[in-house]
Design a protein around this ligand. Structure first.
Ligand code: URA
Length: 191
């Protein structure tokens, strides 16, 4: 039997498995419905998340909440986690040894939640879940079936904050997500 999210959180403890423990304010474990059919994986906590202990509560989170509406989803019905659970100083890219130290817990979270659809937001989450070096521009908007779940890579919402031309692409991909979730729910006889 898979572990509960609470078991996984307890195992993680006051993690000191990499140097990000020295600079973080809080561990940002994940938030949402532990039995959801739709799980989102982002990159790493930013400043707001580090202070608030919840993923996607800053500017990118506000945009994510709006985009969820396009997919017909409410934030409270999905689960949201990140590749890293501690903020890299200056929002630096996650480093390979940090990903290696942190992601066994993310894997356990995915196993515990066992979603039907896994949405990877941005390059790091997508490359980690799909075990690929391909770029997000090539992979976004293309549904991939891996094992028991469908993976949908999408640009990270922050990308549209820096480059407004990405917003219509994000909107298109969240509309695709809505259709995918409806289809998978129907196939599985879920409401
Ligand atoms: N960006 C992420 O990837 N995750 C967060 O939680 C916040 C911003």
């Amino acid at each position: 039997m898979s572990k509960t999210l609470q078991d996984i959180r307890e195992e993680l403890g006051e993690c000191r498995r990499c140097e990000l423990c020295e600079t973080r304010t809080t561990i940002v474990f994940g938030v949402g419905n532990p039995t959801t059919q739709v799980m989102f994986i982002g990159e790493a906590p930013g400043k707001q998340e580090d202070l608030g202990a919840e993923p996607f509560i800053g500017a990118a989170g506000k945009l994510l909440n709006e985009l969820l509406g396009i997919a017909g989803l409410k934030r409270s019905e999905v689960y949201i986690a990140n590749v890293l659970k501690c903020r890299p100083p200056h929002n630096a890219d996650p480093l390979p040894h940090q990903i290696e130290a942190c992601t066994p817990f993310l894997r356990e979270q995915v196993r515990s939640i066992s979603p039907v659809v896994l949405v990877t937001l941005g390059r790091f989450a997508t490359q980690f879940i799909l075990r690929t070096d391909q770029g997000i521009s090539q992979l976004r908007g293309r549904i991939q079936i891996t094992g028991r779940f469908s993976v949908l890579p999408i640009y990270h919402p922050a990308a549209a904050i820096y480059d407004r031309a990405k917003l219509p692409v994000l909107e298109q991909d969240f509309a695709l997500l809505g259709a995918l979730v409806a289809k998978r729910r129907e196939e599985l006889g879920l409401s």
